[in-house]
Design a protein around this ligand. Structure first.
Ligand SMILES: Nc1nc2c(ncn2[C@@H]2O[C@H](COP(=O)(O)OP(=O)(O)O)[C@@H](O)[C@H]2O)c(=O)[nH]1
Ligand SMILES: [Mg+2]
Length: 228
């Protein structure tokens, strides 16, 4: 049997818990793949599409409500962590600061973090936040898989053109890979599931000792501080 034929059609995902900050994250178990992206890019919809369940993650018409880190157990191993969406203008300054702190801490100090899936709207790719994530993952040696979501909004030709252009631009990010996706139509699902299965199988140092994963170094407990 070839690898493609043995791929599951969906990744069974069960909601584990939500955490407002790193300290309240559950003890780590297996590799975590964090879903990041601007609010409304379609993170929750992507998770629902790959899990084959419309209710796995909340899909909100009002963006920015989910200010928590949401943990999902993947049946075949590892976890997906839906990070709070970035950049919802109406969230206000205080909420943005809280966001920055919890996400920075998670990205900087969560030992079980193995990779990032960065969800963008294909019509508005590479916004400042997206570029920061790409720079950060490059510096931190963390693989980052970019989804150009809502590809159904563009013709096949336009999708290919943008994908090619972005692949060229990302040559400077050696840990980045990129694909088109449509959470609405399921386009790109096989490629994403294949990538996720590999990332979710990343061995985590110290996992066997059941390492507690919520300890912050003292100096990091200051406002907004993180690895970057
Ligand atoms: N056309 C289209 N709409 C999408 C797609 N993915 C998400 N959406 C819509 O975009 C909005 C935001 O989606 P959501 O998953 O809540 O985004 P999140 O804030 O990143 O979690 C919702 O109205 C979704 O129905 C897609 O692939 N195609
Ligand atoms: Mg969401």
């Amino acid at each position: 049997m070839t690898k493609k034929e043995s791929l599951p059609e969906r990744l069974e995902a069960t909601f584990l818990t939500s955490a407002p900050d790193l300290k309240r994250c559950p003890p780590g178990f297996g590799a975590e793949v964090a879903f990041a992206g601007r609010s409304n890019a379609g993170k929750s919809s992507v998770l629902n599409q790959i899990s084959g369940n419309k209710r796995t993650a909340k899909v909100s018409k009002t963006p920015g409500r989910t200010q928590l880190l949401n943990f999902f157990d993947i049946r075949t191993g590892g976890r997906i962590v839906d990070l709070p969406g970035y950049g919802y203008a109406k969230a206000g300054k205080e909420a943005q600061k809280t966001w920055q702190k919890s996400v920075n801490h998670y990205l900087s100090y969560r030992n079980h973090l193995a990779a990032i899936v960065l969800v963008m709207d294909i019509r508005h790719p590479n916004q400042p936040f997206d570029l920061e994530m790409l720079e950060w993952s490059t510096k931190s040696d963390i693989p980052i898989h970019v989804l150009l979501n809502k590809a159904d909004k563009l013709s096949n030709g336009a999708q290919k053109q943008i994908l090619q252009k972005i692949r060229n631009e990302y040559r400077k990010y050696p840990h980045a890979s990129v694909q088109c996706f449509s959470a609405m139509r399921g386009l790109g699902k096989v490629e994403l599931i294949e990538t996720l299965l590999t990332l979710l199988a990343t061995p985590i140092e110290g996992d066997a000792e059941n390492l507690y994963d919520g300890n912050l170094p003292e100096e990091a407990d200051k406002e907004g501080e993180g690895r970057e």
